[in-house]
Structure formats: C-alpha cells, structure tokens
Design a protein around this ligand. Structure first.
Ligand code: B12
Length: 292
C-alpha cells in the first residue's frame, strides 16, 4: 500500500509486475520523475507513477499496491466497461465497482475528456431519465452523482498535479446552476493539458468569474450553463461577460446543456463547445502555440 502517496521502486515494480532494477533504471534515466529521501532512497510520487503507467500502456497487476484496490477486478480479468454497465452500477449504488471501472479506464490511458464525454456522461443521461417514472429516481440520481464526485475528487486530489507555473484557466457554472460535475470536469481537463486551474464551482455569477479572470490573469475562462432560472437575465449576463472580456487576453469557452439557448453573441475570443474534448483541444492548442 502507498505511504503518503509516494512509492518505493520496489512497490511500483510489484504493482506493474516488473523487476525492481528496471524501475530503478527508469528512475535513473529520467523516464520516471523521482526524488531521494534524506536516507538516499528513491521515492516516486503516486501521480508520477500513474502518469508513467498511462503513457507506456502498462498493465497494472496489483492495483492494491497503488492504493487502488477497487480497480483489482477490472485489471485482472476482461470485464464489461461499457457505459451501459456503468449505468447499472451507478443505478444500483455499487460505488466501489463504479469507481473501479472508471479508474481502470483512466489507468489504461483513456483521456479525461474521453472518460467524461463518454461513459460518465452517457451513464448519467440514463440516470437522469429515471425520475420520470420511478419513485426512487431522485434518490438514485443523488447517489449516482455522489459516486461520480468521489471519482473526480480522487483524480483531483491524488492523481493530477496542479502545475505550479504555467497559464491559468478559471471557470465555474453559471448563476442558479447547481451542477458541480461539469465544471469540476472542465477544471481537470485543462489541468491535464498543463494549465493551472481555478474552479469556482456551481452557481458562480459572471461578475465573480470576471474578478477571477483579472486576479489570475487567466488565459482561459470556462463557463458551464446547465440550468438557468431566468433565460433572459442569464442571456444578458452572458453578453455582459463577453463584452467585458473582449479586450482582455482571455479565451472564453462556454458549454453546458442550455448555453446555446442563451443565444451567445459572436466574438473573436469566444468559443461555444458541446463537449469537454473541445476544451482539451483548445487548451492544448494554446500551449503548443505558446511553445512553438
Ligand atoms: C446530476 C443531475 C442533477 C444534480 C446535480 C448535482 C451536482 N452536484 O452536480 C441535481 C440533483 C442538483 C440536479 C438538479 C436539477 N436537475 Co438535474 N440532472 C442531473 C443529471 C442526472 C446529470 C447531469 C450531469 O452532471 N451530467 C454529467 C455531465 C458531464 O454531462 P453533461 O451535463 O451532459 O455535460 C456535458 C456537456 O454539456 C459538456 N459541458 C458541460 N459543461 C461544459 C462546460 C464547458 C466549458 C465545456 C467545454 C463543455 C461542457 O461536457 C459535458 C460532458 O460531455 C442530468 C441528466 C442528463 N441528461 O444530463 C439531469 C438533468 C440535467 N436535470 C434536469 C432537471 C430538470 C433538474 C432540475 C430542474 C430538477 C428540479 N425540478 O429541481 C434541477 C435544477 C437544479 C439547478 N438549479 O441547477 C433535467 C433537465 C431537463 C431539461 N429540460 O433540460 C435532466 C436532463 C434530467 C432529465 N432527463 O430530465 N440535477
């Protein structure tokens, strides 16, 4: 089991079924970032070990060693990883198995955007249909959301390092919108591309987003609109946000199920997206442009 989120070469070797000397060699040639303890022992941060596993497409034989016991069933045998299966696990409240399925897809190298736009979104669409004809639909929806949040928090806190430097992306869900999943997903997606993310969460007024853009000198601001109380008011707020940001060095990325209904204006610095994959591509493009 991991100690303080750091692994010894021996532990990583055990997890991936490799020899300890191979792992030490990868550390020494720089393939795996590592540091040395006061006693001179090599240590590997869990998130660096996971990045290495994902990048090389390595098989994880003992996920328990990485503190991911819930992945074990999926890692050891070919199992059903479809959105349909995830839906059933979420619907029945099997939190460990649902977490295991999603985290095993992540370990196998699936991009975050693909994970979120694909199985997670698809399973939640099905969950969202339940309340119409089932008495327990709302309870099931809340429980499924909580399980998905657990996965996102795990990715957030344990698996994805926030780059200490680099461009900043800020964002949130619009005022009146209680959704916490899409805006947290957007934060993780831009972070995975190398941005320092600041997620303001659900129910964020445009004015607060504007302040965050200025405070951080943000290059990207994402805004997710999934529910609005008053469409006209939200549309006016959105127009204000677009015009206020026109002369700042920021790209506004709008998404969410009701965003197009708010009739966003045309603007050079504005991008309206249907999927998080588009946000990932835009963030990647901006960083490549900055490097090139
Ligand atoms: C979970 C959920 C809730 C939870 C949210 C909890 C939380 N902490 O997040 C709670 C219980 C609060 C909730 C409440 C309500 N909900 Co609700 N909810 C859902 C559910 C099941 C999943 C939403 C979700 O998070 N999906 C996961 C994300 C990842 O997928 P997504 O939202 O589709 O977003 C994708 C894209 O839009 C895009 N995207 C989204 N944002 C952004 C931002 C950027 C920048 C980019 C690039 C892309 C992007 O990428 C995402 C991934 O592909 C949906 C079902 C569904 N079909 O979506 C219903 C659903 C959205 N809810 C619905 C309703 C009606 C409501 C309520 C009005 C119910 C009520 N009467 O109170 C309230 C509104 C609350 C409010 N003020 O916000 C309806 C909306 C119907 C409609 N006509 O639009 C739905 C569709 C259920 C249904 N089938 O009827 N809900």
């Amino acid at each position: 089991m991991v100690n303080g989120q750091n692994l010894s070469p021996k532990q990583l070797a055990q997890a991936i079924g490799a020899s300890e000397s191979s792992v030490k060699r990868w550390v020494d040639d720089g393939s795996i970032p590592a540091f040395k303890t006061a006693g001179g022992h090599r240590k590997i941060a869990l998130r660096d070990a996971l990045a290495f596993i994902r990048a090389r497409g390595l098989n994880v034989e003992q996920p328990e060693v990485l503190g991911m016991a819930e992945v074990a069933d999926w890692a050891r045998s070919p199992a059903d990883r479809s959105s349909e299966h995830l839906f059933r696990l979420l619907e029945q409240g099997h939190r460990n198995r649902a977490r295991g399925l999603l985290l095993s897809l992540y370990l196998e190298g699936e991009s975050l955007a693909a994970l979120f736009d694909g199985p997670m979104r698809e399973a939640l669409v099905r969950i969202g249909e339940l309340w119409q004809d089932r008495e327990d639909g709302i309870f099931v929806e809340h429980r499924a959301t909580a399980i998905c949040l657990e996965v996102l928090h795990r990715l957030n806190l344990d698996f994805l390092a926030v780059p200490p430097e680099g461009p900043v992306a800020v964002g949130g869900a619009c005022e009146g919108d209680q959704s916490s999943l899409p805006t947290l997903m957007a934060a993780l997606v831009v972070r995975a591309e190398g941005f320092h993310d600041v997620n303001l969460g659900p129910n964020t007024p445009a004015d607060a987003l504007l302040r965050a853009i200025d405070r951080y000198g943000a290059r990207i601001a994402w805004w997710s609109a999934n529910h609005v109380e008053d469409r006209e008011r939200a549309s006016t707020e959105l127009r204000g946000l677009v015009s206020e940001t026109a002369d700042r060095d920021v790209t506004l990325v709008l998404g969410g199920r009701v965003v197009r209904a708010l009739d966003p204006p045309e603007a050079k610095h504005l991008y309206v997206a249907d999927r998080l994959g588009e946000l990932a591509a835009l963030a990647r493009g901006m960083l490549n442009g900055a490097r090139g």
